[in-house]
Design a binder for this molecule. Structure first.
Ligand code: SF4
Ligand code: F3S
Length: 134
């Protein structure tokens, strides 16, 4: 589940720009980039496997998804009436996880459009989402 106090317990590690719009949101870590700089094993593992180290942590601030908890269930994308989320690996896709890629993540690229219905918070099986009314 998401840490409800993530803004206090984490720091901003990246600004994520939606490839399909001018929207961006904050990414809160530690996360794997910070881990890589403090843990040489993470870095050497990534060099050995060729896997790029990408930031992972909490994406978004007012609609926040903990990417370490998200298992790409996809029910949040389906339940959001204003399509706040899109798939990280498949930008622009807002439907169910038909590819069955459970390494993809729900990306809150339109968090400013949220109408605080709380549907996503209630349905996520891993309680990965926190929504705060502004
Ligand atoms: Fe969408 Fe409602 Fe979740 Fe906001 S609270 S992101 S409107 S499902
Ligand atoms: Fe992920 Fe939960 Fe949505 S697992 S895809 S945040 S429903």
């Amino acid at each position: 589940p998401i840490d409800p106090n993530f803004p206090a317990n984490h720091q901003v590690i990246e600004k994520f720009k939606d490839p399909l719009s001018e929207n961006y949101h904050l990414v809160w870590g530690p996360g794997r980039l910070a881990e890589a700089s403090s843990n040489p094993k993470v870095k050497s593992d990534s060099e050995a496997t060729g896997e790029e180290i990408k930031p992972i942590g909490v994406h978004g601030t007012f609609v926040a998804v903990d990417w370490d908890s998200c298992i790409a269930d996809g029910v949040c994308l389906l339940s959001c009436p204003v399509k706040v989320f899109e798939w990280y690996k498949n930008p622009g896709e807002t439907g169910r996880n038909d590819r069955k890629d459970y390494t993809d993540k729900a990306n809150p690229v339109k968090e400013a459009d949220c109408i605080w219905c709380m549907a996503c918070v209630e349905v996520c099986p891993t309680k990965a989402i926190k929504v705060d009314q502004l």
